[in-house]
Write a new protein. Structure first.
Length: 158
């Protein structure tokens, strides 16, 4: 070995690897954080959302907290003016806990980037990615969702 060249010590090699490794772990840990939207509570076994809050054509995201888990869902209006409720998850991508986002006239899976037109009454299943129907009913001036239905979706958000 030449007198002018020194090999890095184990500690020096560790210090080259450790900071990027720590950064990668931090990014991964932050990416699995549960999303949280406007919180809703149940009263007598139902979640009630005033129609005036959701019938404006926008997509509205909500979070129901159950056993420490955020169960997220959204309410949308189709092109005919009908309201639909969906879990913020699909059967394929739920394990990534990213949900959906709205861009213009579409709702898009944050994981696989599958797009759905908001104006469509029913969405076709596209390779397993499609928001999971939640269900609900309109009673007077209120959208009512049974707590039981929301709790059944807990597995998509654990």
């Amino acid at each position: 070995m030449s007198a002018g060249i020194r090999r890095p010590t184990d500690f020096q090699r560790f210090m080259y690897i450790f900071p990027p490794l720590l950064f990668s772990i931090a990014i991964c840990a932050c990416g699995t954080r549960q999303l949280e939207y406007q919180r809703v509570e149940d009263h007598g076994g139902t979640i009630s959302i005033p129609l005036k809050e959701v019938n404006n054509g926008d997509v509205h995201f909500y979070t129901y907290k159950y056993n420490g888990t955020n169960i997220n869902f959204f309410v949308r209006m189709d092109g005919k003016g009908n309201l639909h409720t969906h879990f913020d998850a699909c059967f394929t991508c739920f394990k990534y806990k990213k949900g959906y986002m709205v861009e213009g006239t579409e709702i898009i899976c944050r994981e696989c980037k599958t797009k759905f037109l908001l104006k469509e009454e029913r969405w076709a299943n596209q390779g397993g990615c499609m928001p999971i129907d939640l269900g609900g009913e309109i009673i007077k001036d209120t959208l009512v969702i049974q707590k039981e239905r929301i709790i059944k979706g807990e597995r998509f958000f654990k």
